[in-house]
Design a protein around this ligand. Structure first.
Ligand code: HEM
Length: 485
């Protein structure tokens, strides 16, 4: 899969968890050993109070920042929702909020990732065809290797049509947005973006044309949105009027039957029109037919569609609202370099485009929370102290803070478009994919199988966009002006 690696300056294994550019004198042996600060509070009251802070009074970002200040440590104990009264989950976590402590989450010798995709809470397996799909499997479970290999094979096979499908569907998306802007002087682009993503990803990952089924073509993307929302609502801050959000969104898990119609339509579509890929899952990767179908649908809907639906608005919003000369520099680069037709190789000649994509992922990591459970007792290090972690404790990293670690990133709160052009070594500390950007997803780790195709796709989208437009204005939800090339 050489194209997948093309953006890595030096594809290599993840750096060891305890190394960092700033670490000259603070080796593990010299770090002072400290008791993990913070507490879980009184039973029931502690978790409830932390939950209200997290969702209501502070929000996730302030929640973590305030506790870093309070404990003067990037490693501390706290609770994380969902909690009491209707969840039987253990909300106790050890937060790891700097690059060095966070990187322990990638070391599969010391942590396990069984059922912790979104924390101790796990949506019912009804949402995934009564199967624990790959993202919930630990590397020690033999099924993980089968599913991960299957996912990587799906990407490899689709690489032949990826760029063609991407650009043709992207062209339709921009046609719609352009029409809207000319008629209404503003286009709220989330629906056209999700339609584009759905069509493009179904063709590439399922090998099927959504128009085979009018129902799926018309509202497949909305079905996925509902399916994603109902399984994840207990863990996400929506921002609607409180206390309504706490009472109705965060107090119980939503039953699957609310979206079973949608899910069954989607899985029947995969079974009927994705026959070839499902069969490959069975014959080449040893999955049962049901395992192949539901894993494929999870990869399509949760990993790919869900991930891009968060990432692309932040990417478009970042460049469309930029007030420096970034757009002119991008226009120049994508028109001068990369040949007349865009290919994966074109991106190699577009270092600014790559850097902008990386910097957006740094400041707005699409999947901000990562969890892992201690496989055994071990000593965890932050930049300035070491802590004893006990087997079974749940570690929780909040990337939005980790990616602003001032010991690694200078001016950490600022968007610096060419940051990763100036210092490629920083890619060792870009963690959006549950592993460093210089890491390699494999069956022995839990790094995103789509790590390279995600960044390449985002680069291609920027390159396409700035070959088509001289400038775009807008935000992460709407486009207000477009100047055609
Ligand atoms: C912007 C888009 C994407 C983002 C932000 C994203 C992010 C992530 C993250 C953070 C994880 C690790 C979750 C955890 O264990 O804590 C993950 C896992 C995974 N991702 Fe992605 N992903 C994206 C797109 C994709 C795509 C296009 C694929 C297509 C194959 C994919 C396949 C996977 C798979 C199979 C896993 C599970 C890996 C394992 O179990 O070892 N992802 N992704």
């Amino acid at each position: 899969m050489s194209f997948m690696m093309s953006m890595n300056p030096s594809p290599s294994s993840p750096p060891p968890p305890l190394s960092s550019p700033s670490e000259s004198s603070s080796t593990p042996s010299t770090l002072p050993v400290r008791t993990i600060p913070g507490s879980y509070g009184w039973p029931l009251l502690g978790p409830i109070s932390d939950r209200l802070d997290y969702f209501w009074f502070q929000g996730p970002d302030t929640f973590f920042r305030k506790r870093v200040e309070k404990y003067k440590s990037t490693v501390f104990r706290t609770n994380i929702p969902p909690t009491f009264p209707f969840f039987s989950v253990n909300p106790n976590i050890v937060a790891v909020l700097d690059c060095k402590s966070f990187s322990h989450l990638f070391d599969m010798e010391i942590v396990e990732k069984k059922n912790v995709l979104v924390g101790d809470f796990m949506p019912s397996v009804n949402y995934t065809g009564d199967i624990r799909v790959g993202a919930y499997l630990d590397t020690s479970e033999p099924q993980h290797a089968k599913v991960k290999n299957f996912a990587m094979d799906v990407l490899k096979q689709s690489s032949k049509i990826w760029v063609g499908e991407l650009t043709s569907n992207l062209s339709t998306m921009w046609d719609t947005i352009e029409k809207d802007v000319s008629e209404k002087s503003s286009s709220s682009y989330l629906a056209p973006l999700q339609k584009f993503l759905f069509n493009f990803l179904v063709k590439c990952l399922i090998g099927a044309d959504p128009s085979n089924s009018p129902k799926i073509a018309e509202s497949g993307y909305i079905m996925l949105d509902r399916w994603l929302a109902f399984q994840l609502l207990p863990t996400i801050k929506i921002g609607i009027l409180q206390p309504l959000e706490e009472l109705f969104i965060h107090s119980f898990a939503y039953p699957f039957f609310l979206v079973s119609g949608d899910y069954n339509n989607l899985s029947s579509f995969v079974e009927e029109y994705g026959k070839e890929i499902v069969a490959r899952g069975e014959t080449e990767f040893g999955l049962s037919k049901q395992e192949a179908i539901h894993n494929l649908l999870f990869i399509l809907g949760f990993n790919a569609f869900g991930g891009f639906s968060i990432f692309l608005p932040s990417l478009l919003g970042t460049v469309a609202s930029d007030t420096t000369d970034l757009q002119q520099r991008l226009v120049k680069e994508v028109r001068q370099n990369g040949g007349s037709t865009l290919t994966f190789d074109s991106i190699k000649e577009m270092p600014l485009v790559q850097s902008v994509v990386y910097e957006t992922l740094r400041l707005n990591p699409p999947v901000p929370l990562q969890f892992a459970r201690a496989r055994k007792d071990f000593r965890l290090s932050s930049h300035d102290a070491a802590f004893e972690v006990k087997k079974g404790e749940l570690l929780c990293g909040f990337q939005s803070l980790v990616m602003r670690d001032p010991k690694i990133f200078s001016e950490p709160e600022s968007f610096i478009g060419d940051r990763f052009m100036k210092d490629k070594g920083l890619l060792d500390y870009l963690y959006w994919s549950n592993g460093p950007q210089t890491g390699v997803p494999s069956v022995t780790n839990k790094q995103c199988a789509g790590k390279d195709i995600v960044t390449l796709t985002a680069c291609l989208i920027l390159a396409y966009t700035f070959r088509r437009y001289d400038s775009i204005s807008g935000s992460s939800s709407s486009i207000t002006a477009l100047k055609k090339a």
